[in-house]
Design a binder for this molecule. Structure first.
Ligand code: IFM
Length: 474
């Protein structure tokens, strides 16, 4: 068991670090970066042989994305990547986490690589290296080629094999210049939002399909790791998850059970197979009840548990849960329709997520203490606020500065507790297409004026630049 769900005390007093007399400094070599993903920033969806992804289709399904927004243009990074890399260099970033658009490489999701797709990423990576910025490549950040969805998508076992083929193609083309590789970004969102609640592409609402998707995403990850390592063992390969601390509203048995179930579907369903070699028993019982076990085959567990060189953690919020009544919207999580998610009265981001920096420390400690050792990186963390370009040409975002400061202190505490944390990537470099919320939310430390595509570093970008320069807080 991995989170506070397993510790029935609510608001348990925690040991407080002694009041800091000096500003937190980070270990030498700590990696400071920024992250984006292909569909959220690139645009150019019909250029250079790119195929159609499930997000292109979903965006055209009426009512799926706020304001009918699409990623057709996004932040136009496909055409402006040189300018964007120059901006990263100015900020002093040590690393940039990007994702590859699978439909640019294999427009149909299978077959030989589209050379023009690879050329774009080669050029981007080379530009990063020219500036001394380490490229961190994520192979899958949610943009499945539509033909693979038409053939069954992630609930279909063959998609795992297709993903491994794709991973090997990209790896073969870029491994001479990219050291750090991540297979999947937040497979929980792909499975449970894509096939459970239907809030993300492809918009399916079927818990059995979601659980099959979980397994095939994990299997695809394991097969991809094997294919990449067979090609050349030199790479550093990992996966990015978005585990969250789950806190029960009270010590009542029903609330603790609600917390166990959410912890199971949000955290342990991924962490346990990857790091311990099997689904936890209670999660497996739920999979059997909802989806049956026919999709789990002998040998899968070992493939999925391929040793990792690092684990990426994306952190945004803590979940406080209790037992309640099923709501009107379908839960993303099987067996959790009755679970209520409770506000704690903390300050919120523009999307309503409550800000809780202590949750970042807690989830890092949980992963560190409950699982076999693996180097950790925070591969995403950030906040959306209602940013505006001022008449003076500045974007003043004190809330984001406060947010980052609080979360950096949480990182520092985790390091002090012995967590093997090696780096941090802010989400996001640029304002971008926030999936079902379209362009209504701005997560960037750089403001994008969409009508002109002008980039304006927000105050938080300048503040982050100073943190990076001194490798610590002021
Ligand atoms: O924008 C997303 C990103 O694509 C995945 N992690 C969460 C971010 C904010 O919602």
């Amino acid at each position: 068991m991995t989170t506070e769900a397993t510790h029935p005390t609510v608001d348990r007093p925690r040991p407080q670090p002694e009041a800091a007399t000096t500003a937190p400094a980070f270990p030498s070599g700590f990696l400071w970066g920024a992250a984006t993903s292909a569909y959220q920033i690139e645009g150019a969806v019909r250029e250079d042989g790119r195929g159609v992804s499930i997000w292109d289709t979903f965006c055209r399904t009426p009512g799926s994305v706020r304001n009918g927004d699409t990623g057709d243009v996004a932040a136009d990074h496909y055409h402006r990547y040189e300018q964007d890399v120059a901006l990263m260099a100015e900020l002093g970033l040590g690393a940039y986490r990007l994702s590859i658009a699978w439909p640019r490489i294999q427009p149909d999701g299978r077959g030989p690589a589209n050379p023009r797709g690879l050329d774009f990423y080669r050029a981007l990576v080379d530009r990063l290296l020219d500036h001394g910025i380490e490229p961190w490549v994520t192979l899958y950040h949610w943009d499945l080629p539509q033909p693979l969805e038409d053939a069954g998508g992630w609930p279909h076992r063959d998609t795992a094999a297709r993903f491994a083929d794709y991973a090997e193609l990209v790896y073969a083309a870029l491994r001479d210049r990219v050291r750090w590789w991540t297979t999947l970004n937040e497979p929980g969102c792909s499975a449970f939002l894509g096939y459970g609640s239907g809030r993300h592409a492809p918009g399916v609402r079927d818990h059995a399909a979601a659980l099959r998707a979980v397994h095939h995403l994990l299997l695809g990850h394991g097969l991809a790791v094997a294919a990449m390592r067979a090609h050349s063992p030199a790479a550093e390969i990992g996966i990015t998850l978005d585990p969250a601390p789950i806190t029960a509203r009270s010590a009542a048995a029903a609330d603790l059970d609600a917390a166990r179930r959410i912890d199971g579907m949000k955290n342990r369903i991924f962490l346990d197979p990857l790091l311990r070699g099997a689904y936890p028993d209670d999660v497996l019982d739920e999979i059997a009840r909802v989806a049956g076990l026919a999709h789990l085959r002998p040998g899968d567990d070992a493939v999925i548990a391929a040793p990792l060189d690092m684990l990426g953690i994306n952190y945004y919020r803590r979940y406080v849960v209790g037992a309640g009544e099923p709501g009107p919207e379908p839960s993303p999580y099987p067996g959790a329709g009755d679970v209520v998610f409770l506000p704690q009265g903390k300050p919120q981001m523009a999307n309503g997520w409550e800000i809780d920096a202590t949750g970042l420390r807690d989830i890092l400690l949980t992963v560190h203490r409950s699982y076999p050792a693996v180097p950790l990186f925070v591969t995403e963390n950030g906040a959306a606020f209602d940013d505006r370009l001022g008449p003076d040409g500045r974007v003043s975002d004190p809330d984001r500065v406060g947010y980052l400061d609080g979360h950096f202190r949480a990182l520092h505490e985790a390091l002090g507790e012995g967590v093997d944390l090696r780096g941090y990537f802010v989400w996001s470099l640029l304002d971008n297409f926030e999936w079902g919320e379209g362009y209504s939310q701005r997560f960037g430390i750089v403001y994008v004026d969409y009508p002109t595509q002008r980039r304006v570093p927000k105050d938080s970008a300048h503040w982050y630049q100073a943190v990076i320069a001194r490798n610590g807080l002021a």
